[in-house]
Design a binder for this molecule. Structure first.
Ligand code: KG4
Length: 337
């Protein structure tokens, strides 16, 4: 089965062809990050227009890379939520049009289900896939959520952020420090040179056994400190980044361990853009050795937004008989049930 995936939920225009429910035949990503960097964050209307300008080119490239012509496709999967409404509409409407013209089934894919499926794609940097049930920590610019993944199509949310997502906290703190947008990767790089114990930043909801997160207080603590002491330089900047990162990582690791213990499971998948963070990976490896659970992190290119994960989740939906009607629409707040 050859499935074309289309992903346009935020600021990446992506298309991919996935074959036989796992193999990546192509994976094209056109990032808008430089366009939005000027504004210090994603501007939704600008994102929609950028998607419009590049989506056909990106799909053509994905088909060419896969050496597939449109008539050979068995189905089309496009992200239908959650995300930005304008960008989502561009990808889904184009996917539906292609499906109609080709006489192929089209399914709308939940972006979060896409992230959870990335670990099942065949990729040289992906580990062997995890068994069901397992715990998944989805940690990105828009989400910080723990799931019990019971099977391909049954996912139970165990806890989520009450305010900012972890990636959003990284990006906002990077902005406060004048490190540009998106700043997660810059903080990660600077943190490697710094002392994570130099400053103690608050860990949210620490005493609680629930699995919710909160990062807005941490962001305020950073802002308050910067207002009082000014922007740190050189070694002090590295210490600042390392200490901030340590506060985020500590909470993510603690809640993941709690989820595994509470649910009696031994397999943890970590996905989404922040899964690329080296401090988080190191801390999770240490926790997995201490507690005896198995850690699964997708290849970095499959952690951030991509269409291969959408094609895979879509191929599962098509295989179980799902079909999107022509009036299928997007839902910016689509939950994962
Ligand atoms: O999954 P993703 O590409 O897009 C969303 O669906 O949100 O994640 C992007 C987020 C951004 O907030 C970015 O700053 C963060 O992931 N990120 C990182 C790192 N690489 C990307 N955060 C911390 N450390 C990194 N190395």
């Amino acid at each position: 089965m050859l499935i074309l995936g289309i992903e346009t939920s935020c600021d990446e225009t992506a298309a991919a062809v996935v074959a036989d429910a796992r193999g990546i035949r192509s994976n094209v990503i056109s990032s808008q990050v430089l366009v939005h960097a000027e504004y210090g964050g994603v501007v939704p209307e600008v994102a929609s227009r950028q998607h419009l300008a590049s989506v056909v080119k990106v799909i053509r490239q994905a088909l060419a890379d896969a050496r597939v012509c449109p008539a050979e496709l068995d189905g089309i999967a496009a992200t239908c939520g959650p995300g930005l409404v304008g960008p989502l509409l561009v990808g889904l409407e184009l996917g539906k049009s292609m499906g109609y013209a080709l006489g192929r089934p089209v399914v709308g894919v939940n972006h979060l289900a896409g992230h959870l499926s990335a670990i099942f794609l065949e990729h040289e940097k992906n580990p062997p896939p995890p068994p069901y049930p397992h715990i998944a920590l989805l940690v990105s610019g828009g989400n910080t959520t723990l799931f019990r993944v019971a099977s391909r199509d049954r996912t139970i949310m165990l806890g989520s952020t009450r305010d900012d997502a972890a990636g959003e906290a990284f990006d906002k703190v990077a902005k406060l420090l004048g490190l540009g947008y998106p700043g997660g990767i810059v903080i990660d790089r600077l943190a490697a040179e710094g002392n994570p114990e130099a400053i103690f930043f608050p860990r949210a909801l620490p005493a609680r056994e629930d699995l919710d997160f909160s990062f807005s207080g941490l962001k305020t603590a950073v802002a308050t400190r910067l207002a009082a002491e000014g922007r740190p330089q050189d070694g002090a900047l590295a210490d600042f980044c390392a200490s901030f990162q340590a506060a985020v990582v500590a909470v993510l690791v603690r809640k993941s361990r709690t989820a595994l213990r509470r649910e009696g499971l031994r397999d943890l998948v970590v996905c989404g853009g922040v899964a690329a963070n080296r401090g988080l990976r190191r801390a999770l490896v240490a926790a997995s050795q201490e507690d005896g659970f198995t850690l699964y992190v997708p290849a970095p290119v499959l952690c951030t937004d991509n269409a291969a994960m959408i094609a895979l989740a879509g191929s599962w939906a098509i295989a179980r008989g799902e079909r999107g009607a022509l009036d299928l629409s997007v839902d910016p707040g689509l939950p994962l049930s």
